[in-house]
Write a protein that binds this ligand. Structure first.
Ligand code: PMP
Length: 454
C-alpha cells in the first residue's frame, strides 16, 4: 500500500512516524533516511539483520562498511566484555596501554604512519588532519576532489554530490556547499579538483600552490572508484614538490582494500592518514596517523623541543590543539584490536576478496542474462552496481549510470530480503557465506524480473 516499503513493513512505518515527532525527519543521520520510511532494525547476527516486523535480510550495508566481521562476531564481543571486566571500567580518562598497542599495530600495518592520535569519528579525524596541514604549512586553503566524502561538516561538506548545474566546468569544478550553515569562507578557501584527471589537477595545484595547505582525497572514491595508478603517483609527486600535505582519507578503505589500506595497495606514503569505521570494531572511532614530522604538530607544548630538534625551524610549524573526552576509548580500542586480529589470521583477507569477486561475477552474469547493461565497480571488499558500460573514473561519469532503474531494483531487493540502503554500495564481510551469495544472486534475478515486467 501507499507509504510502505511493503505490506510486511508496517511496524517500521509506524515507528518512523513516531520518531518524526521527537527526532527531526525521524532519523538521527541523514544517511539513515529511506523513502517512504526506513526499515527499523532490532536484531542482528553474522551476515543477517532483522527488522521490527520480523523480516530477515542479508546485510550488505554493514553499517557503511564498519562491520567487516558482520554482526556480533564472537571474538570482538568477547574482547569488549573482557576489557570491561578486567579494567573494571569502560574508560579511565587517562593514558592506558591499549592506546599504545593499537598505535604500534597501525604503525606496523600502514606504510605512511609513524605516529597516531585517536578521535571518535572519521569526520573528526579528517578535520584534525586538515588543521594539522594548515598549522604545519601556515597556509589556509584546502584542495579536495569533487565527489569525495570526508564527513558531514564544514569545509569537507563541499561538492560531495553537487548539482552539475552549479558545479562549473569539468576541468575546474566549483565548490558547492552540500548543506545550509556552511560559512562562505570555506567555499572561498577550497580548491575543488577533478578526480583521475592529472593534467587539470596539476594546473590547479600549481596555480594555487602558495595557498594550498593540504590535499585531502579518498584514494578509492566512495570506497569503489579507485584512483588510477599513474594518477596517484602524479599526486604524490606534485604535492611533495609544491609543499602540500597529502592526506589520505582511509576511513572507508582502511582494513578493507587490504590490511594496510590503499597506501599499501598503491605503494604510496601519504603525509597524513585518516582512519575510522573498521578500526572501531563497530564502535565510534577515528584516528589520524602520519609521518612523525607532521604528526608532532599535534603534540603538547612540552614536547616542542623534540619537534624542533634538528628540524627545519622556520616558525611554520605551530601546535594544533587536539582533545576529546573519549579519545582512545579502551572499549573501542579493544573491539578494534580484536577485529584486526581476526583479519590478520592467515587467509582471512584473501577469502574476503575471493568471495567479493565471486559475488560480483555472479551478479554481472545475472544482469547480462536479463539483457541489462551493468558493471560492478570496486576495490577488494566493497563494490557498487553501475548500470552503464561507460568507464567510471569520477563523480561526473556517474551521470551515465541509470540511477532510476537501479533504485527500482534496490526497492524490490529490500522486499526480497537483501539489505543495502537503496543506491548504496555493497560491503562484504568475512562471515557472508556461499549460501548468502547464492540467495543474493537469485534475489537480484527476481528483482530484475519484477522491475522489467512492471
Ligand atoms: N571519510 C570517508 C571516506 C567516509 O566514508 C566516512 C563515513 N562514511 C567519513 C569520512 C566520516 O566518518 P564518520 O561517519 O565516522 O564521521
Amino acid at each position: 500500500s501507499k507509504g510502505l516499503i511493503s505490506e510486511n513493513t508496517k511496524m517500521s512505518a509506524e515507528l518512523f512516524e513516531k520518531a518524526g515527532k521527537v527526532i527531526p525527519g525521524g532519523v538521527t543521520a541523514h544517511i539513515k533516511h529511506i523513502a517512504p520510511h526506513p526499515l527499523v532494525m532490532e536484531k542482528a547476527k553474522g551476515s543477517k539483520i532483522y527488522d521490527v516486523d520480523g523480516n530477515e535480510y542479508i546485510d550488505y550495508l554493514l553499517s557503511y562498511g564498519a562491520l567487516i566481521h558482520g554482526h556480533g562476531h564472537e571474538h570482538v564481543q568477547q574482547a569488549v566484555m573482557n576489557q570491561m571486566e578486567t579494567d573494571g571500567t569502560t574508560i579511565f580518562g587517562t593514558p592506558h596501554k591499549l592506546e599504545i598497542t593499537m598505535a604500534e599495530k597501525l604503525i606496523d600495518l600502514y606504510p605512511g604512519i609513524d605516529m597516531v592520535r585517536y578521535t571518535n569519528s572519521g569526520l573528526e579525524a579528517t578535520l584534525l588532519a586538515i588543521s594539522t596541514a594548515m598549522a604545519y604549512t601556515g597556509k589556509t586553503k584546502l584542495a579536495k576532489f569533487e565527489g569525495h566524502y570526508h564527513g558531514g561538516y564544514d569545509q569537507v561538506l563541499l561538492s560531495v554530490n553537487p548539482d552539475l548545474e552549479q558545479a562549473g566546468g569539468e576541468e575546474a569544478p566549483q565548490a558547492v556547499p552540500e548543506s545550509s550553515g556552511i560559512p562562505e569562507y570555506y567555499v572561498e578557501n577550497t580548491i575543488m579538483l577533478p578526480f583521475n584527471d592529472l593534467e587539470s589537477v596539476e594546473r590547479l595545484l600549481r596555480k594555487h600552490a602558495n595557498e594550498i595547505s593540504g590535499l585531502i582525497m579518498e584514494p578509492v572514491q566512495g570506497g569503489f572508484i579507485p584512483a588510477e595508478k599513474e594518477f596517484m603517483d602524479g599526486i604524490r609527486k606534485l604535492t611533495e614538490e609544491l609543499g602540500i600535505v597529502l592526506i589520505f582519507d582511509e576511513v572507508k578503505t582502511g582494513f578493507r582494500v587490504g590490511l594496510g589500506g590503499a597506501q599499501e595497495m598503491y605503494g604510496i606514503e601519504p603525509d597524513l592518514t585518516a582512519l575510522g569505521k573498521v578500526l572501531g570494531g563497530g564502535f565510534p572511532v577515528g584516528a589520524i596517523g602520519g609521518k612523525r614530522e607532521f604528526m608532532m604538530t599535534t603534540a603538547v607544548d612540552d614536547s616542542r623541543d623534540i619537534l624542533t630538534a634538528g628540524a627545519d625551524n622556520t616558525n611554520k610549524k605551530q601546535s594544533v590543539f587536539h582533545s576529546g573526552t573519549y579519545n582512545g576509548h579502551p572499549t573501542v580500542l579493544a573491539a578494534g584490536l580484536a577485529t584486526i586480529n581476526v583479519l590478520e589470521q592467515t587467509g582471512t583477507m584473501d577469502d574476503l576478496f575471493t568471495k567479493t569477486r565471486k559475488l560480483r561475477e555472479k551478479l554481472e552474469a545475472v544482469y547480462q542474462k536479463h539483457g541489462l547493461t551493468m558493471q560492478t565497480v570496486g576495490a577488494s571488499s566493497i563494490f557498487n552496481i553501475i548500470l552503464t558500460d561507460e568507464r567510471i573514473l569520477n563523480y561526473r561519469d556517474m551521470e551515465h549510470h541509470d540511477a532510476n532503474l537501479r533504485k527500482e531494483i534496490d526497492y524490490e531487493l529490500l522486499k526480497l530480503g537483501i539489505y543495502t540502503k537503496p543506491m548504496n554500495r555493497y560491503s562484504m564481510s568475512t562471515v557472508h557465506s556461499d549460501e548468502d551469495i547464492e540467495q543474493t544472486v537469485t534475489a537480484h534475478g527476481e528483482a530484475i524480473r519484477r522491475v522489467l515486467n512492471k
